[in-house]
Design a protein around this ligand. Structure first.
Ligand SMILES: NC(=O)c1ccc[n+]([C@@H]2O[C@H](COP(=O)([O-])OP(=O)(O)OC[C@H]3O[C@@H](n4cnc5c(N)ncnc54)[C@H](O)[C@@H]3O)[C@@H](O)[C@H]2O)c1
Length: 150
């Protein structure tokens, strides 16, 4: 059996799943699907939908602040894609490689203190390796700094 190290090989796949997760969270799409499934026998479905759809409106991600912690193969892709979707993107990576920095959109704001991300962002996505320095970086203290869920 041949084993390869293929850094960045699934970065695009992970980026797409991160975007999917964000959209699912912003719109409660899963809740909406469940709500529809529970009404398959409703003869007044059109009226029910008009009445009930407000609960699943959520919000657009455009204009929301996304904090990306770790701007390697995955983080840089996520940051660029989110910027292209109109999000305000904050990027934090004290050890960013020259290559990753070259690939990063100019629209991504370079943040030097991770606390700024915890305090100001509406969404936060973490793409760092598990090291002693990153283990439990999301903890009680960082969670305390974050905005309340809307
Ligand atoms: N679960 C999965 O399916 C899956 C898939 C792909 C990658 N991963 C994991 O996701 C992580 C990221 O993958 P990648 O390909 O982007 O890795 P990468 O090595 O290209 O990027 C990691 C980045 O994290 C940065 N970093 C390190 N310590 C940091 C810190 N304290 N604060 C901020 N940034 C820091 C590094 O400078 C680097 O730029 C890796 O641990 C990888 O193993 C998991």
């Amino acid at each position: 059996m041949v084993v390869f190290n293929t850094p960045g090989a699934n970065a695009n796949g992970v980026k797409e799943l991160v975007l999917a997760g964000m959209l699912l969270g912003a719109r409660d799409i899963v809740g909406g699907i469940q709500w529809c499934k529970e009404r398959t026998d409703d003869p007044e479905i059109a009226k029910s939908v008009e009445k009930g759809k407000k609960a699943f409106a959520g919000h657009e991600i455009k204009g929301k602040k996304l904090g990306v912690i770790g701007l390697g193969a995955i983080g840089a892709e996520v940051a660029n894609a989110a910027a292209a979707l109109g999000m305000e993107v904050y990027g934090y990576d004290p050890f960013i490689s020259v290559n990753a920095a070259w690939n990063l959109s100019r629209d991504v704001e370079h943040i030097t203190s991770v606390d700024t991300i915890y305090k100001e962002c509406d969404y936060i996505t973490v793409h760092v390796p598990l090291l002693d320095s990153t283990r439990e970086m999301i903890n009680e203290k960082s969670l305390d700094m974050m905005k309340d869920a809307w």
